[in-house]
Write a protein that binds this ligand. Structure first.
Ligand SMILES: [Zn+2]
Ligand SMILES: [Zn+2]
Length: 391
């Protein structure tokens, strides 16, 4: 883990505590038990990410000779991880451009605005800071209402929308009718994911990139298991190609290729949250200058109340402690999931889009408790989504 070491006195020529990697500079940080210098630490974070992007680049290579520029969609939450992902990918592209090569990839940077009614001024101010910092890049904001009607969601399985209302009202109303804070946080996360995937598909991007650290993926693993979606973990946590279901009611309007797929990757998956937090203070100028304080953005009329704790928040607090004292536990949670097979199934859940496990979902119901009394006739949902939607 990363901890700052008191800088040694500058007067002596031989290094007091030489960096274990370059042996050339004073170590001011500890990276995974080794004393390292600032340059080696930032290089380590950069290379972990760039190596992943290199591998993804091979997997998304066009046919021989065609060599089109790769196009990826980056989901920017304006938090620490996704900002670092953006920063590193920008440096990676600029390094290529400065050598006179063509850009190895194009990025569609998407921010989903989760405040449903009024203009969020904090979000605008934050985006201005990002645009100033990365003038070459384009930052797009999509409203949460753009989820309405997306065909990868089975809308018949959700509380019905009131057609006489505005899209923002429809959405606010839908969230109000969900049974708990945990369900609202859960459905919000899934809606953001659907918007990113839908946008990537409609623009022929080859992958959706998400900023999750090892710690974030471990948290997601535990939260999803607690909600009864353990079966879908390999689809949510691991990297690779994801089939996207089409639930459009009118098959004539559906795209010809019913079986759409998209890659979802987490290039920071081998880094701990605390390492990323340290990295934000080491770039020049520091990324902490632009990353907004938590809860500043999307404070205006959020669809999810920040007052009550959802399962995600409980797990987040838990892992903040575990990561510091037992980092290997956090890494092992994710590594274990990586060993699980992605079992495919005929049917997919209408809300999260993950495979349904008929037997498994029955098992969850038995072990977690009440069956929730799901309405007959509505689309098939996994146990986790059924609880989120119907209580
Ligand atoms: Zn060094
Ligand atoms: Zn589901």
């Amino acid at each position: 883990m990363v901890t700052k070491i008191e800088a040694g006195s500058q007067d002596s020529q031989p290094l007091q505590r030489p960096c274990k990697k370059c042996n050339n500079q004073e170590a001011t940080l500890t990276s995974r038990t080794e004393p390292v210098c600032k340059d080696c630490f930032t290089q380590y974070i950069y290379l972990k990410c760039v190596r992943h992007i290199g591998l993804l680049g091979k997997e998304t290579q066009g046919p021989y000779g065609s060599q089109p520029t790769r196009r990826y969609l980056l989901g920017l939450s304006l938090g620490t991880s996704s900002t670092i992902l953006l920063h590193i990918l920008n440096s990676y592209v600029e390094a290529a451009l400065s050598k006179g090569r063509k850009s190895p990839l194009d990025l569609d940077i998407i921010v989903v605005d989760t405040s449903v009614s009024e203009q969020d001024e904090a979000l605008q101010a934050t985006l201005d800071a990002y645009r100033q910092r990365y003038p070459r890049l384009t930052f797009e904001v999509l409203p949460l209402t753009s989820v309405l009607g997306i065909s990868s969601i089975d809308w018949t399985a959700l509380p019905s929308l009131k057609q006489d209302q505005s899209p923002a009202q429809q959405l606010a109303d839908l969230f109000e009718r969900l049974p708990s804070t945990t369900s609202r946080a859960d459905i919000l996360r899934l809606f953001i994911r659907h918007i990113l995937i839908h946008t990537a598909l409609s623009r022929s991007c080859q992958a959706v990139l998400l900023g999750h650290s090892t710690t974030a993926l471990a948290e997601l693993t535990l939260a999803e298991t607690a909600k009864g979606r353990g079966f879908s973990l390999p689809w949510q946590i691991n990297d690779g190609v994801l089939p996207i279901e089409d639930f459009s009611p009118d098959p004539d309007n559906a795209p010809a290729d019913k079986k759409r797929t998209i890659r979802v990757h987490h290039p920071l998956r081998e880094l701990f949250r605390q390492e990323l937090v340290t990295y934000t203070t080491l770039t020049e100028p520091p990324l902490t200058d632009i990353i907004p304080a938590e809860d500043v953005v999307n404070k205006a009329s959020p669809v999810v109340s920040h007052r009550d704790l959802s399962i995600e928040e409980v797990v987040l607090r838990y892992f903040a402690d575990v990561e510091v004292n037992y980092p290997s536990i956090v890494a092992n949670v994710v590594k274990t999931t990586a060993k699980l097979d992605r079992l495919d199934a005929e049917e997919r859940c209408g809300v999260c889009g993950m495979t349904l496990d008929e037997l498994g979902d029955e098992r969850w119901k038995g072990e977690i408790g009440d069956s929730g009394g799901g309405e007959e006739g509505a689309g098939s949902l996994c146990y986790g989504c059924e609880r989120s939607v119907r209580g």
